[in-house]
Design a protein around this ligand. Sequence first.
Ligand SMILES: Cc1ncc(COP(=O)(O)O)c(C=O)c1O
Length: 398
Amino acid sequence: MQIPRRSELSINWSLDSSCVFLNHGSFGAAPIFVQEEQSHWRNILENEPVKFFEKIAPEQMLESRKAISEMVNCDANDLALIENATSGVNTIMRSLEFNPGDEILVPDHAYQACKNAIDYVSNRWGAIVKICEIPFPIENKQIAIEAILSKITDKTVLAMIDTVTSPTGLRMPFEELVEILEEKGINVLLDAAHGIGMIELNLNKLGASYTTSNCHKWLCAPKGTAFLHVRKDLQHKIHPLTISHGMTFPLGDTSRFRHEFDWTGTRDISSHCSIPTTIERMANLVEGGWPKIMEINRNLAIKGRDIICERLGIAKPCPDDMISCIATIPLPRIATGGIPLHEPDPLHELLQEKYKIQIPVWSWESPKGRFIRISAQLYNSIEEYQYLSEALATELGI
Ligand SMILES: Cc1ncc(COP(=O)(O)O)c(C=O)c1O
């Protein structure tokens, strides 16, 4: 089989042309103009490091927060620029205090690294993690809502809710969940790792206590860019993972939250400085800007999933309204009964070596099964999913 071509817009990316890259979801992929923008900022930094950190960087970091705040509708002062969603979840969990017996809700589709952070902190305080089992395949979003709400008790203090789940690629009904949970006095930690640039986020309207989102995934910003949004009334409780000068810096006309998160020690922030240009240049790639990018990617993910399901004779595992720009498809279980979680699935290796396809193949205990997950980004083409479906059909003997 011939390796299919990517879309016309793929000229903006430096992806290996000998590979069929269907895994934007794991680490994103920065376009060439974003890589150049980061080099530009790195040059400015090294040109005069003191001037950069004392004068230029604070101004540019504010520009970055403003650019993000316009996209997700919030006050730029409520945003902290951090490295990734894992540290966003850790920042919240390691700042909060719990009482023994407090309950924290975590769906079984949660990202394991974030769940680990919750387990670690809960253990230290004697808090209890309650796992909400959500079926997959799933017939409708109401089932996910009920699976989570059914675990609420009068001891529930916090719930971690995904915008889009990692293993199962489900766009969760997070708007409904945030509204119900926050109204009951349960703080929501929204894991929007798959968030900005992938789905519409309106943080002011949502009203979640805490939201963390990666910029290096669907915004296509450089690696190590994410934000943490903390609602104003809760900012006094939250401190960065690294305590630095900001803790004692005279307040002046700003907040302790700002001081603490704006300086966490010397680091390469060329990635964060590149955010405004990333947002603008990406939007210029298609007429209609960001809303259109999200629509194109979503339609491609839905079409790609349909092609694969049809070719393999698999029923669609969730309705279209639970699909964003990634989609998970269950595979027939292998005869040996599954692959240990930390070992690469032989099918992943085979698809990579024989067909040059880069795609996750995972086995999970809960929700139980063996899955592939496709991603759709502007550089992908429909032919790539057709190619994947043929490769899978051959290797699975269908
Ligand atoms: C739902 C979810 N949360 C958190 C993360 C962690 O992202 P990062 O590695 O950038 O911290 C991921 C990564 O794929 C994810 O899918």
